[in-house]
Write a protein that binds this ligand. Structure first.
Ligand code: SAH
Length: 401
């Protein structure tokens, strides 16, 4: 019954997309789960996203025009391809079909970087002559499971991560040489060993096969080191606009004490540090904090410090210690912030709060809470970080009443 229902829903979506005849030339719509809006024009998507934000936020503040992309294609600078076999045992690469473990072969994708797609295709073509078997999920035999490609937007540096089921990779040196001959722009190649049975792409073991093991990108005048597993916005063009708007709304004059909560690898805080007195970043993921600290060093920033802690707990101790904060920047995950965090924020009473959100529903909930605690929302800026998908990013600036 459930399956029958799912099939009908899929058929209905495919049918409605085909009828609208506006799939942007993507043959995978309805099968691949990435894009939901290929049957809408880009203008229609922007209007729909802004409408969603307006419906939630207009009772709080003015909702500005959505910041969209000039060219909403091939924006993903992090691409992964799943490797497997077709019925005739030929290697294929692509994505898992929506909610399944069947591989949908994909040659090129409208939202992925084209060079990254080409590299995945070239690797697939090289497997036979190097006698590399792709991994078979059912039997556990075979070596190559996934290929992850990350590209720096400003620098053009490219990292290729070959995810294998075992650390033994025969003729890896020749394989890397042959790949680099085709793409000299590949600056590093890493092998990652993943023998897990879930759908996580990366395992815990890494071996650098070529180069430094990471790439560097530049955004808003700061350099960022990107390792295979680092969090870094997948759409750097829009990330730059998002961060610039957030910093503009923070209204920094060079003297302020700023907290960057849920700071990840420290991107927003580091950009803010150039026009603030000092910045305090807090983040719960230890690897992200490590990257943040080394990024700050590489940028020669001396007025920023990072702490590994739960953001709510950290802010409560700041409140208890009577630390004075002028501006609070916050960028929580989809679940939004905690009441403990928001209570502590209100106690510390920064003049301004800039809330960056990837989920307008929890954003609205948290803004309502802050309004009860003495803040007034001034404006909301939707930013389209993920064209053709349903994801909505929004920045809201709040001031102390
Ligand atoms: N501002 C960053 C990352 C935002 S993603 C950027 O733009 O790159 C949200 C971050 O919140 C993630 O790095 C996640 O690890 C972190 N996080 C999630 N829950 C947290 C918590 N309770 N306390 C601190 N950080 C948390």
């Amino acid at each position: 019954m459930e399956n029958g229902k799912k099939r009908t829903e899929k058929k209905r979506r495919e049918h409605s997309a085909a009828r609208s005849g506006n799939l942007q030339g993507c043959p995978h719509f309805g099968k691949c789960g990435s894009c939901q809006y290929l049957n809408l024009s880009y203008e229609e998507q922007l209007a729909l996203k802004r409408k969603t934000v307006r419906e939630l936020m207009e009772k709080h503040c003015k909702v500005q025009a959505i910041i969209g992309m000039e060219n909403p294609y091939h924006y993903r600078h992090k691409v992964h391809a799943v490797f497997g076999m077709d019925r005739k045992k030929n290697p294929i690469s692509g994505v898992y079909e929506e909610k399944s473990h069947r591989i949908l072969p994909v040659e090129s994708c409208l939202i992925e970087d084209q060079k990254a797609d080409a590299i995945a295709g070239t690797i697939r073509g090289m497997l036979k002559s190097f006698k590399i078997k792709v991994y078979d999920e059912d039997t556990g035999y075979g070596l190559l499971r996934y290929v992850l490609i990350r590209k720096g937007y400003a620098t053009g540096e490219i990292m290729v991560v070959l995810v294998t089921s075992s650390p033994v990779f025969p003729s890896k040196r020749n394989f890397v040489d042959a790949l680099r001959k085709v793409y000299p722009e590949i600056t590093t190649v890493v092998q990652n060993v993943n023998n897990r049975s879930d759908s996580m792409i990366l395992g815990d073991k890494y071996q650098i096969l070529y180069g430094k093991g990471y790439i560097v990108d530049e955004l808003c005048g700061c350099k960022f080191k990107i390792s295979p597993a680092s969090f870094y916005q997948v759409n750097p063009v829009q990330a730059a606009k998002l961060y610039e708007k957030a910093i503009e709304l923070a209204g920094l004059t060079g003297k302020e004490t700023v907290v960057d909560a849920y700071c990840g690898t420290g991107t927003i805080g580091m950009i803010a540090a150039k026009s603030a007195g000092k910045v305090i970043g807090v983040e719960s993921n230890p690897e992200a904090v490590r990257d943040a600290i080394s990024n700050a060093k590489a940028n020669g920033l001396k007025n920023i410090r990072f702490y590994r802690d739960d953001a709510g707990h950290f802010l409560q101790s700041c409140a208890a210690d009577g630390i004075s904060v002028d501006v609070l920047l916050m960028d929580p995950p989809r679940a939004g912030s905690s009441e403990a965090f928001l209570e502590a924020a209100a106690k510390i009473a920064p003049k301004r709060i800039v809330y960056v959100s990837c989920n307008p529903v929890t954003l609205e909930r948290d803004v309502s809470f802050l309004e009860k605690k003495g803040y007034r929302a001034r404006e909301a800026w939707p930013v389209d970080m993920f064209p053709w998908t349903g994801h909505i990013e929004t920045i809201v600036s709040l001031v102390r009443k």
